[in-house]
Design a protein around this ligand. Structure first.
Ligand code: CAA
Length: 354
């Protein structure tokens, strides 16, 4: 059996990782040619181990080695364990990342963890998950109420309240605590990533990583690149999202990115048509479900996203574009002011308390 040892490191352009060159003891010319680089079957493991096939000049021997990667994302901090944060924590833990879920209180972290546990238990009941995997996922998640616990993370994803001031305060604080090479990402659905990055000293290591709800089910991640995001940061973010089994689309740092700039006007128009009495709530929803094959109608979807979130995104886009497409209908604003926030508050266009 050929023994190999690691000689030195170089940057691997394909994976943005560290590629180790190897030397085979006893050979006259120790430098080996890289012939083939292939991922192993499980995308999860590929992050940790990459199989290289090396060919030596002088003996024609093929040497297959496993190389443990050393500088890739392994530990992920997630700020906020609400609907989105807990979903991101779940999929990251499932993909074998060590996850630290940061919340403002232990109680809120436990609430997020409970949401994850409930979903995992439901998946077990359906026969879609086994108990060891459930234990692995939960074992990969730790709670925290102190940003200092995120100091040695490789990636921090913020999924806190959609408020520019709050998010800027979080990133300014994290910037002081986290090591310089840590990548920062925001899951914001509408705020400017460039504006958020501006409060840090690492604008090149900052991207948007926009997941969709429910995170374990929806297969998309929008990566939002600012004028300052570096190629390496974007490559690492893409590799991370893909290792979770997501498909990545790249978007400019423009209000609503790709999905919301198209989705929100559709939801607002649906609410407007309901408000002006075009059809009943159920008929509007059924029309789009059965006529267009959407998984849920627009009024249900607005409830599902949260009417406050829908209004918030609409207001940001209207403020930026000054275009009536993005103007929130009065009914939406009235419902939000009255505390009808959709599914999460028990009442929106539908009553979820029944
Ligand atoms: N979390 C995790 N999994 C969930 C879930 C949740 N909240 N809700 C449903 N699921 C899972 C179910 O367990 C089920 O899984 P299996 O197939 O493995 O059994 C699967 O989703 C289908 O669920 P159901 O059969 O109960 O119901 P469904 O067929 O209606 O699907 C749905 C539910 C996936 C949510 C589907 O209705 C859907 O795709 N809706 C549209 C969702 C959408 O558009 N999301 C994007 C919102 S926009 C956004 O997030 C971005 C933003 O910035 C606003």
């Amino acid at each position: 059996m050929t023994s190999v040892f690691l000689e030195h490191s170089a940057t691997c352009p394909l994976f943005g990782a560290v590629e180790k060159r190897v030397a085979v003891p006893g050979l006259i010319r120790p430098t080996l040619h890289l012939l083939e680089k292939k991922r192993i079957d499980q995308p999860v493991d590929f992050r940790r181990e990459i199989h290289y096939t090396y060919y030596s000049y002088d003996t024609s021997r093929i040497v297959k080695i496993h190389i443990l990667e050393s500088n890739m994302i392994k530990k992920v901090g997630i700020i906020g364990c609400g609907q989105m944060g807990s979903g991101i924590a779940q999929v990251a833990a499932h993909a074998d990342y060590r996850v630290i879920g940061n919340e403002v209180s232990e109680e809120l972290f436990q609430k997020g963890l409970h949401r994850i546990t409930r979903l995992l238990d439901r998946a077990i009941e359906k026969g879609k998950l086994d108990s060891p995997t459930r234990e692995k996922i939960l074992g990969n998640i730790t709670g925290s109420t102190d940003f200092a616990d995120l100091a040695d993370c490789d990636l921090v994803i913020e999924a806190a309240t959609e408020d520019m001031t709050t998010k800027k305060e979080i990133f300014a604080e994290l910037d002081k605590i986290c090591k310089p090479e840590v990548i920062f990402a925001s899951n914001t659905s509408s705020l400017s990533i460039g504006d958020l990055a501006s409060v840090t000293g690492r604008r090149d290591k900052f991207v948007g990583l926009h997941f969709f709800n429910p995170v374990p089910v929806m297969r998309l991640v929008e990566i939002v690149r600012t004028i300052d995001s570096s190629d390496e940061t974007v490559a690492a973010a893409r590799e991370f999202a893909e290792s979770l089994g997501k498909t990545v689309v790249m978007a400019k740092d423009s209000p609503g990115f790709i999905v919301n700039v198209l989705l929100i006007p559709y939801l607002l128009d649906s609410i407007r048509q309901y408000e002006r009495g075009l059809a009943t709530r159920d008929d509007i929803d059924n029309a789009m479900k059965l006529g267009c094959g959407h998984p849920m109608g627009p009024l249900t979807l607005a409830d599902f996203i949260g009417l406050d979130t829908t209004l918030f995104i609409a207001d940001i886009m209207f403020d930026q574009f000054r275009d009536s497409h993005y103007a929130a209908p009065p009914l939406l604003r009235r419902m939000v002011n009255a505390g009808y926030l959709g599914k999460k508050s028990g009442r929106g266009f539908y009553d979820y308390n029944k």
